[in-house]
Design a protein around this ligand. Structure first.
Ligand SMILES: [Zn+2]
Length: 395
């Protein structure tokens, strides 16, 4: 049994956390951990009295929060696309680059040419980097196969990963291959029962799958027992976010072009809005998700990195910083979006908040309070990352 003392402890008190719900901010706080599980939380004075014989880890100058959860990544691919950055700056859009055979098609080619073992090594290295920034659970999608055998291969690799943190697996139906969409959708429908991931996700958008195709795929996935996620309204609004009314979608992600009236549909459905501010930066778009309307209707907001070849950041701290400075979330909202609500976006209710009975995924930060997490940009502020009570990273 160990007591961790901290200058400040911050956690949501319920999942999902909706705007204006209560939050715990405890100064001179302590958490008690036994066998990887949180067993007590309170002020240092209370905890000391209740557990007089426990070991003490004194982080009296530091902030402690739940471990960060990254609910949206594309970590499993080979190669990179740094050469496209100049093209983007010259005004070529993501859609144009993709149509000319760059973008995703280039990544698909590299990934296909890379062995299972090499891909596994790449994946493990990326997870390690994410962990160093405070991520203790990560969702990872397939999606760079684009033919069904390749996609199933990626799903297999994903399921075989040995990782110090928890990996939630998603089979992503990403983009129609050049060979033709109709046939691909048919193949996807046949293959879904064999993917073996926790989630199925579809990129529903102008350059990807339309609403009808998305509906068919997600329906089939739900019937086969998968949980559902959705890339919705990222590049254009073509009706994708409307699908939350019809299907049990745990998380609708991006939402850059979501009309304000659709926020009501999301609010009613119980779907989490997962916002990806790093991608807003790398797309160089002026579009923003309707955060004010989401607050007003109390939609639970999560944030993620959306790590991909087009948007290269494994750092959830960057997502927190940009959620504040770019999207206008408060530092507290951004922290909860990266912890309690990100966990809830994956329907993992055993983590993301600091409460007795939850697993001891925690980060001790080299900052004195939660404001500082968003306030300071660009430094890795994670001092100690704990996964089920075990240290993963010391600064
Ligand atoms: Zn994505």
């Amino acid at each position: 049994m160990v007591i961790i003392r901290a200058k400040q402890l911050v956690t949501a008190l319920n999942m999902p956390w909706r705007y204006s719900d209560e939050v715990a901010v405890i100064n001179d706080a302590a958490v008690v951990i036994r066998d990887g599980v949180i067993i007590d939380v309170g002020t240092w004075e209370e905890i000391k009295r209740r557990h007089p014989h426990a070991n003490i880890w004194d982080f009296g100058d530091n902030l402690i929060t739940p471990g960060l959860v990254d609910p949206h990544t594309h970590l499993l691919f080979a190669g990179s696309r740094e050469d496209e950055l100049e093209r983007k700056l010259q005004g070529e859009s993501y859609e144009e680059i993709t149509r000319k055979g760059g973008g995703i098609y280039k990544t698909v080619k590299y990934t296909k040419e890379t062995s299972d073992q090499e891909l596994l090594n790449i994946l493990q290295k990326r997870i390690q980097i994410a962990t160093s920034f405070g991520t203790t659970t990560v969702e990872v999608k397939t999606g760079y196969g684009l033919d069904i055998d390749q996609e199933l291969r990626l799903a297999r690799i994903l399921k075989s990963v040995k990782s110090p943190i928890d990996v939630v697996t998603t089979f992503l139906v990403h983009i129609p291959p050049p060979a033709g969409r109709e046939n691909y959708v048919k193949e996807v429908l046949k293959a879904i029962p064999y993917a073996g991931t926790t989630y199925v996700d579809v990129f529903c958008d102008s350059i990807a799958f339309n609403v009808e195709e998305t509906r068919t795929i997600l329906k089939k996935a739900a019937e086969a027992g998968y949980k559902l996620r959705l890339h919705a309204d990222e590049l254009e609004y073509i009706g994708c976010s409307d699908l939350v009314e019809e299907l049990p979608i745990d998380s609708a992600d991006h939402l850059l072009n979501t009309p304000p009236e659709n926020v009501r549909k999301i609010a009613k459905s119980g779907t989490v809005a997962t916002l990806l501010p790093v991608t807003i930066l790398t797309l160089r778009t002026s579009k923003k998700p309707p955060v004010d309307e989401m607050r007003r209707l109390r939609v639970p907001i999560a944030i993620g990195t959306d790590f991909s070849p087009n948007s290269w950041s494994l750092n959830m701290q960057t997502a927190i910083e940009l959620a504040v400075y770019l999207l206008g979330l408060t530092p507290l909202e951004a922290l909860i979006a990266a912890t309690a609500n990100a966990a809830y976006s994956l329907r993992l209710t055993d983590r993301g908040i600091i409460q007795p009975g939850k697993i001891a995924d925690l980060v001790i930060w080299d900052v004195p309070n939660y404001h500082w997490l968003a306030y300071e940009i660009g430094r890795n502020k994670a001092k100690l990352v704990l996964k089920r009570g075990e240290p993963l990273r010391f600064l």
